[in-house]
Design a protein around this ligand. Sequence first.
Ligand SMILES: Cc1cc2nc3c(=O)[nH]c(=O)nc-3n(C[C@H](O)[C@H](O)[C@H](O)COP(=O)(O)OP(=O)(O)OC[C@H]3O[C@@H](n4cnc5c(N)ncnc54)[C@H](O)[C@@H]3O)c2cc1C
Length: 386
Amino acid sequence: RLVTYIDEAGRRVTTESAYLTPDVLKRPNLKVAIFSQVTKIIFDTTGGKKKAVGVEFARKKNGPRYRVRVKKEVVVAAGAIHSPHILLLSGIGPKDELDKHNIPLVHELPGVGKHLQDHPVVNTRISVKPGHSIQYIAATKGLALFKMIGAFVKWGLTGGGPMTTNVTEVAAFIRSDDPKLFSKDKYDIKDVTSAPGAPDLELILVPIGFTAHGHGPVPSGELITMGAILLRPESKGAVTLKSADPFEAPIIDPHYLESPNDVAILVRGLKALIKIAKTEPFASNVNQNSNPLLDHDLGSLSDDDLEKEVRKRVETLYHPTSTCRMAPLEEEGVVNPDLKVYGLENVRVVDASIFPSIVAGHTAAPTIAIGEKAADIIKAALAAAV
Ligand SMILES: Cc1cc2nc3c(=O)[nH]c(=O)nc-3n(C[C@H](O)[C@H](O)[C@H](O)COP(=O)(O)OP(=O)(O)OC[C@H]3O[C@@H](n4cnc5c(N)ncnc54)[C@H](O)[C@@H]3O)c2cc1C
C-alpha cells in the first residue's frame, strides 16, 4: 500500500502541521517570523575569523531591513534553491560569481549552487473506462463540476472521498536494465543505481489526466496520467545569482537530459508504461482513443521518436537537491558531516540541498530525516560546549 500523507481527518500532513504544533509555538525560545525573507547572513570577519553574528531579513523589496542577533549559530534551511541563494547573497560561494554581482567575498566556496539534481518526469495520458478516473475533481464546468462539488461536500462532512486522493495512487520501482521487463533495443544502459537491485526508474499512476503541471489542455472524459520518473539522473544543473537583489529569484538551470544515459533510461520508462497499458487486466480498462492530446498510439513510435517525446515532455517532479552538498571540499562539497559550512565558524545547512546526491525515492521523508539528525547533532554540540 502506498504511504499516504493524508491524516485521519482527511487533511494533507505537512512538516508545519506535524512539527509546529500549538504547544511548540508557545515555547518561549521560539519566534516564528512570517512573511519575512532572509536577505543575508551578517558575518564578523575581524582578525581573520568568519563568524555569523546576525541574520538580516525584510518583508518586501524596498521595506526596512530587520536584524536578528546570533547567540550560537545560524541554521540555513531554505531548500535546495534558496539555501545556496542566501549563501551567495551573504558572500559565500564561487569568487567569480560574487565578483560579477559586486558581493563582497566572505568565504570562497566553489560548490555553492552547483550539483543541482532533480527527478525529471515524463508523463503520458490515456482514456480509461468509467470508474477508474476522478477527472471530475479538476472540473470547472458542466456536469463534472456538480460531481466535484459533491466530492467537496463529502470531504467537508466526512473527511473522506476522492478529495483525499494522494494524487499519485500507484507507484512501482524498477530497473531499466531488467531483461525480464525490456526486450533488446538500441540502448546499452549504464548502471547508475546505488546497489544491485536498486531502481533507476519509478512508474506512477495518477487517476486524473493533466499536462503542464495541470495548466495545459486535456480532452474531456475519464483520463489517467502515467509517468516515468528518472530516479538517478547523471545530468547536473546549477543555481546562480540573477542579481544581488535578494528579492530577485536566482537562476535555476537544471541541465535536464544532458546525459544520453538519462534519456535512454526514460525511453525505457515510456516503454514500460506502454507495456503496462497493453497488459491485462489493465488493457481491458483502457479505451481506444486517437485524440492527439492522448498517448494511445505511443507504442508505434521508434526509439528515436520516443527520445524526441522524452525531450519534449520532460518536466520537474519538484525534487531539487544537492546544491550545498555534503561532500569533501575538493569534490565541491559545501557542508561537512556535521552539516557545518566549510570555512565558517557557526553556520549549518539543514535541508534537501545537502543531499550528497539525489535519493532514488521522493525527497520529503529523507529531508525530514536530515532535520531530525541535525537536531541531534546540534544538541550534542551544545551539550559538549557547556
Ligand atoms: C508541488 C510539490 C509537490 C511535492 N510533492 C512531494 C511528495 O508528494 N512527496 C515528497 O517526498 N516530496 C514532495 N515534494 C518535494 C518536497 O516538498 C521537498 O523535497 C522538501 O520540501 C524539501 O524540503 P526543504 O526543507 O529542503 O525545502 P522546503 O520544504 O522548500 O523549505 C524551505 C523553506 O524555506 C523558506 N524560504 C526560502 N527562502 C527563504 C528566505 N530567503 N527567507 C526565509 N525563508 C525562506 C521557504 O518558504 C520554505 O518554507 C514536492 C514539492 C513540491 C514543490
